[in-house]
Design a protein around this ligand. Structure first.
Ligand code: ADP
Ligand code: MG
Ligand code: MG
Length: 926
C-alpha cells in the first residue's frame, strides 16, 4: 500500500463527508452526510471510508490502517461534544450503532450492531439516566447478542437457547412479558456464552468494542454471504469496492408510547401513487419492524397516535423528494417526540410505479423528461408487457426457479409433450408442460402449452430459449420440484401435483404456484404512452417489429413499431392448408410442373402480403424471401421408409391373393369361396397400392436427393433462389402485385424486398434482375410503377467484407445477427447453448451468451466495418438489425453508436427497444 495514503483523511463526520461520493462513503454513509448537510434531523455520527476497508483487507497483519483509530477517537470526542454525553462515561453514556454500507446496497450482507458502548458500568448509568431498568437490560442483552454474533462469531442459537430457557423459567410467552430481572438474567447468561466461545471475558472497554466492531464490518466485505451476493448480482469492483463503516449516535424508539420506529417510501412502490407509504411500530427499536416480531401499523395511522409526528413526517417526505428528486425509501425513529431520519436511499419499485412516478415527477417539475426516461431500465418495462399475476391475488409460491421467459400462465400440469399436445390441441385445455428438462423433440408440446416449467437447466437451457422465442412464459431450473414422468406426478416439498391438476407459473419472477391464480393482461397505461412518446422524440434509432402475420402486425402497431423490419415468408409456407402445394412444388420433376404448383401459391402469398400492407399502411413492410433449406417442408426420411415397407407388404399380400384366386378356378373351388376371395381382393385395390408405393418412392427419392449433411450451411436462402428461380420469382411477383393492388385502392404502401444469406454481389444482382423484370411487367399491366426498396440481409462474414460492393445493388442492409453470430464464432446455436456455453459463461471465458447479448467485440466489429464500407458506396444506405439482439438494450446502445438507422425486434419487445433507443441517444451507460 502507498504509505502516502496513511496521512489521507479516511474518517468523515456527517457534516463533512461528500454526499455525492458513494464510492468512498458507501450509499448509506453518503446519504447520512447529505441529509445532515441539508438540515434533516440525523443523529450525529461519522463514516469510515471504503478506502480504509480496502487498505485493511490488503494488510497482511489485519491491523487497522495507521491513524484510523486516532481519527475515530477525534470523531468520538466531537460526538461527545455534540450530544453532551460521554463514551464509556458511567454518568451519562454515549451509545452508538455500527453499520455497514457499500456503494451498492447489499441487503443482509452484514448485521448492524446497536447500543455499542454498554458495559457493566455504563449500563447502570443508562438505567439511572432513564429511570428504566427494563429498558437498560433490554438494550444490554441486544448489544451482547449482536456484538457476540456479528463481531465475535458466536452463533445465534447459543443465545436463543439461553433466551428460551429464561422465558421458560419465567413462564412467559412473549418477549414483552419479560421483566427487568428476567432481562438481567438473560444478559448475564449471554455474557457467559460469549466468554465460553471466545475464551476471554466480554470486552468492557468501549473503544476496544468499537475497534473490534469496525474490523468485523470490514471483514464482512469478504465474507461468504457478501461474496456470493456480489457474484449473483454481477457487482464488479468498479461498481462497489469495499464497505464503509457508519458510526451513529443511538436514538431510542423504545422509550415508551411517545416513541417508535418505522420505514417508509415517499410514494407507493407498488402503484406509484403520490402518497406516503410505510409502516411503524410504537415503542420499538429499528429491527423490530423488519424482524416481524410484532405486526406494524400502516403509516396512515400515525396521525391518530402522534399527529405532530405525522405532520413532521410529511414534511420530511417533501424535503427528501425535493432534494433527491427521486422516490426515497427511508428509516425513521421517534424518541420522545423527536423525529430522526436514520437512512434514505432511492426506492425500488415495480415497472408500473416507475412509469407513473416518472411521468408525475416530470409534471411536478421535480425531474426533466430526460431524467424521467433515464431512471427506468428498459428491461423493467417487460413486466408491463406480458400477462402478470393479479397483484390482488395473494398466493404463496411452492417453488422458485429461474425467470426464464416473462409472463404468467395457469393450466393443467402435463408431463410429456405428446400428452400436452393431446390435452392442449385436441381437448382444448390450457396446459403447462412440466419436464425435468426439454429436448428439441418436445417442440410440439411447447406449441400446445401456455407455459413451460422445468426442474433443471438455466436461462440458456433449451426450454428457456425456445419459450422466449415463442413468447411463452417459462420457469426453468425449479430445483425444488422432483418430476416423476412415469407416475405423472411432481413432488414439491411436502406436497405434490399430478397430471391434470392446475398450476400457475410466473416466468417474470420464476415462482411456481399450486392452483389457478388470476392473471391480468398487459395494459398500456396512458403514463406508459406518454413516457414512450418522449422516448421517440429523443431516440435516434427507429424501432420496427419482426412480424409474419397480420395479427403480429397489429400487435406491432399497438406496441408502437414504425414498420415491419422482418416478415418471414416460411411461416406462410408451413400453413397446413398450403403445405401439400408447397410439397408439390418441391417434388416437381420439371419446371412446368413446378410452375403449376407455384401458380397455385401465388394468389395465396399475394393476399398474405396485401393484408400485411393494409394493416401497416403507410409504414414500410420488409419481406424476406424464402430462407430455410427446402427439404424442411418435406416428410421425414425414416418415416417414409417405414411407410414404404408397410405398403410393400400390403402389395405382396394382394398379389398373393390374386394367385390364389387363379388357382381356385383351376381346382373348381366352390362358388362361395371364390366370391369371398374376390371381395377381399376388391377391398384392397392393387392398383391403388401400387400408386401409393410409386408416390412414396418418389417422395423418398426427393428427400434423399435434397438431404444435406449441414443444412443450415447448405442449400438455403439466396442459393435456393438461384437454383430454383421460380420460387423467388413467385414471391417477388406476389409482393409487387399486392403492392400494386393496394396502390390502386389508394392504400399507401412501402414494400421492401430482402434477400437472405447473401455472400456475393453477384447473387444479389441476379435476384435484382428478377425483381426488375417482374416490376417492368407489372408496371405495364397496372399502368403505374410500384415504389419499393431492394436490400439484403447481412448475416454471413463474407457479406460484411463485401459490403462495399453489395451496396451497389442494395438500398438497405439488415443485420441478421443470429446467423452472423453463429458464423462469426463458428458455433451452432443449439449445440452451444446446450453443451458448452453455460460453462463458458460461468467461468467467464465468455462474459455473456453472444446469442442474447450482441458480441460487440467480434460481431459488432464486423457490423461496424460493413456499415462503414456500405456507406462509402451508398451514403444514404438504410441500415438496421433484425436479429433477436434488436430488442436487447445493450445491443441497441451499440447499434446507435455504430450508426444504424433502425432496430427490429419481436412486437412485445418494441417498447423496451423504444426506451433503450432513447437511453442510447442520451448516451446512458446501460
Ligand atoms: P440495514 O442496512 O440492514 O438496514 P441499518 O444499519 O440501517 O441496517 O440498521 C438496522 C436497524 O437498526 C435499522 O432499523 C436502523 O434504523 C436501526 N438503527 C441503526 N442505527 C441506529 C441508531 N443510531 N439509532 C437507532 N436505530 C438505529
Ligand atoms: Mg437500514
Ligand atoms: Mg438468418
Amino acid at each position: 500500500m502507498d504509505t502516502a495514503n496513511h496521512s489521507n483523511k479516511q474518517v468523515f463526520a456527517f457534516e463533512e463527508g461528500n454526499g455525492k461520493d458513494k464510492k468512498l462513503l458507501g450509499g448509506k454513509g453518503a446519504n447520512l452526510c447529505e441529509m445532515t448537510q441539508i438540515g434533516l434531523n440525523v443523529p450525529p455520527g461519522f463514516v469510515i471510508s471504503t478506502a480504509a476497508c480496502l487498505e485493511y483487507l490488503a494488510s497482511p497483519s489485519r491491523g487497522l490502517p495507521a491513524g484510523i483509530m486516532e481519527e475515530v477517537r477525534a470523531q468520538m470526542r466531537a460526538l461527545e461534544a455534540k450530544t453532551g454525553k460521554g463514551f464509556g462515561n458511567p454518568e451519562d453514556p454515549l451509545l452508538v450503532s455500527v453499520r455497514s454500507g457499500s456503494a451498492i446496497s447489499m441487503p443482509g450482507m452484514m448485521d448492524t450492531i446497536l447500543n455499542l458502548g454498554l458495559n457493566a458500568e455504563t449500563l447502570q448509568g443508562l438505567i439511572r439516566q432513564t429511570g428504566d431498568p427494563r429498558f437498560g437490560y433490554d438494550a444490554y442483552r441486544r448489544f451482547i447478542q449482536l456484538f457476540g454474533k456479528v463481531a465475535l462469531g458466536v452463533s445465534d442459537e447459543r443465545f436463543d437457547d439461553e433466551f428460551e430457557a429464561v422465558k421458560a423459567v419465567a413462564n412467559v410467552k412473549e418477549d414483552v412479558g419479560l421483566s427487568a430481572a428476567d432481562l438481567k438474567e438473560i444478559s448475564e447468561r449471554f455474557l457467559k456464552v460469549v466468554e465460553e466461545h471466545t475464551g476471554s471475558p466480554f470486552p468492557e472497554d468501549p473503544f476496544e468494542q468499537l475497534e473490534i466492531a469496525i474490523k468485523a464490518v470490514f471483514n464482512s466485505w469478504m465474507g461468504r454471504r457478501a461474496v456470493d451476493y456480489r457474484r449473483q448480482f454481477h457487482i464488479t469492483p468498479e461498481m462497489a469496492n469495499g464497505t464503509a463503516v457508519n458510526v451513529c449516535t443511538m436514538v431510542f424508539g423504545n422509550r415508551g408510547n411517545d416513541s417508535g420506529t418505522g420505514v417508509a417510501f415517499t410514494r407507493n412502490p407498488g402503484t406509484g401513487e403520490n402518497k406516503l407509504f410505510g409502516e411503524y411500530l410504537l415503542n420499538a427499536q429499528g429491527e423490530d419492524v423488519v424482524a416481524g416480531i410484532r405486526t406494524p401499523k400502516p403509516i396512515d395511522r400515525l396521525k391518530d397516535d402522534m399527529p405532530e409526528m405525522a405532520r413532521q413526517l410529511d414534511e420530511l417526505r417533501d424535503k427528501l423528494e425535493s432534494h433527491y428528486r427521486e422516490v426515497q425509501d427511508f428509516e425513521f425513529t421517534i424518541e420522545r417526540g423527536q423525529l430522526y431520519c436514520l437512512q434514505t436511499r432511492n426506492g425500488k419499485m415495480n415497472a408500473h410505479a416507475m412509469v407513473r412516478t416518472s411521468v408525475e415527477m416530470e409534471r411536478d417539475e421535480l425531474i426533466t423528461k430526460e431524467q424521467a426516461l433515464l431512471r427506468i431500465k428498459p428491461e423493467l418495462l417487460e413486466q408491463m408487457l406480458f400477462p402478470r399475476l393479479d397483484p390482488k391475488a395473494r398466493a404463496e409460491a411452492v417453488a422458485q426457479g429461474l425467470p426464464a421467459s416473462p409472463g404468467a400462465a395457469s393450466g393443467v400440469a402435463v408431463f410429456d409433450a405428446d400428452r400436452a399436445e393431446q390435452m392442449g390441441r385436441e381437448l382444448g385445455q390450457k396446459v403447462i408442460l412440466v419436464r425435468e428438462e426439454t429436448k428439441p423433440e418436445d417442440i410440439h408440446g411447447f406449441f400446445a402449452s401456455e407455459g413451460i416449467l422445468t426442474s433443471r437447466g438455466g436461462k440458456t437451457s433449451h426450454a428457456a430459449v425456445v419459450a422466449r422465442g415463442m413468447g411463452k412464459p417459462c420457469v426453468a431450473g425449479a430445483e425444488g420440484i422432483a418430476v416423476d414422468v412415469n407416475r405423472r406426478e411432481a413432488y414439491v416439498g411436502e406436497t405434490s401435483f399430478r397430471e391434470g391438476e392446475v398450476i400457475t407459473i410466473d416466468g417474470t419472477t420464476g415462482k411456481v404456484y399450486l392452483g389457478a391464480i388470476p392473471t391480468v393482461e398487459p395494459d398500456f397505461s396512458p403514463e406508459l404512452n406518454t413516457l414512450l412518446s418522449w422516448a421517440d422524440e429523443i431516440a435516434g434509432l427507429e424501432v420496427m417489429a419482426n412480424a409474419d402475420t397480420p395479427d403480429d402486425a397489429r400487435s406491432a402497431l399497438k406496441y408502437g413499431a414504425v414498420g415491419i423490419g422482418l416478415a418471414r415468408t416460411e411461416r406462410m409456407f408451413n400453413d397446413p392448408a398450403r403445405l401439400p402445394i408447397v410439397i408439390e412444388m418441391i417434388v416437381a420433376d420439371s419446371s412446368e410442373e413446378r410452375q403449376a404448383a407455384l401458380d397455385k401459391l401465388l394468389p395465396l402469398q399475394r393476399s398474405d402480403f396485401r393484408e400485411l400492407f393494409e394493416v401497416m399502411s403507410p409504414r414500410p413492410v420488409t419481406i424476406r424471401l424464402l430462407d430455410p433449406p427446402i427439404h424442411e417442408f418435406l416428410p421425414d426420411e425414416h418415416q417414409l421408409e417405414r411407410e414404404l415397407i408397410e405398403l410393400r407388404r400390403l402389395a405382396e399380400t394382394t398379389r398373393g391373393m390374386a394367385v390364389l384366386s387363379g388357382t381356385m378356378s383351376l381346382i373348381h373351388a366352390s362358388d362361395g369361396a371364390r366370391r369371398e376371395l374376390d371381395a377381399m381382393r376388391r377391398m384392397v385395390d392393387p392398383a391403388l397400392v401400387e400408386d401409393a408405393i410409386a408416390k412414396k418412392e418418389t417422395m423418398l427419392r426427393k428427400v434423399r436427393i435434397l438431404y444435406e449433411t449441414n443444412p443450415m450451411l447448405g442449400h438455403r436462402g439466396v442459393r435456393l433462389g438461384i437454383t430454383f428461380p421460380e420460387i423467388y420469382q413467385m414471391q417477388i411477383r406476389a409482393i409487387l402485385e399486392a403492392a400494386a393492388e393496394c396502390a390502386r385502392m389508394g392504400v399507401e404502401v412501402h414494400p421492401q424486398i430482402k434477400v437472405p444469406q447473401v455472400c456475393t454481389a453477384q447473387e444479389l444482382k441476379r435476384v435484382k434482375f428478377y425483381v426488375d423484370t417482374i416490376h417492368e411487367e407489372i408496371k405495364q399491366r397496372y399502368g403505374h410503377p410500384v415504389a419499393f426498396k431492394f436490400g439484403t440481409m447481412i448475416e454471413v462474414v463474407r457479406a460484411c467484407m463485401r459490403a462495399e460492393s453489395l451496396a451497389e445493388v442494395a438500398e438497405f442492409f439488415s443485420f441478421g445477427t443470429n446467423d452472423l453470430t453463429q458464423a462469426t464464432f463458428s458455433f451452432s446455436r443449439e449445440d452451444a447453448e446446450n453443451k458448452f456455453l453455460p460453462l463458458y459463461n460461468q467461468s467467464t471465458i465468455l462474459q455473456d451468451n453472444p446469442f442474447e447479448v450482441l458480441d460487440v467485440k467480434g460481431v459488432g466489429k464486423l457490423m461496424k466495418l460493413a456499415v462503414e464500407w456500405g456507406k462509402q458506396t451508398r451514403p444514404d444506405i438504410h441500415v438496421g438489425i433484425c436479429g433477436e439482439h434488436g430488442g436487447h438494450p445493450s445491443s441497441i446502445a451499440f447499434c446507435h453508436e455504430a450508426g444504424l438507422d433502425y432496430v427490429s425486434c419481436s412486437a412485445p419487445r418494441v417498447p423496451v427497444a423504444r426506451l433503450a433507443a432513447a437511453h442510447a441517444a442520451l448516451g446512458a451507460k446501460l
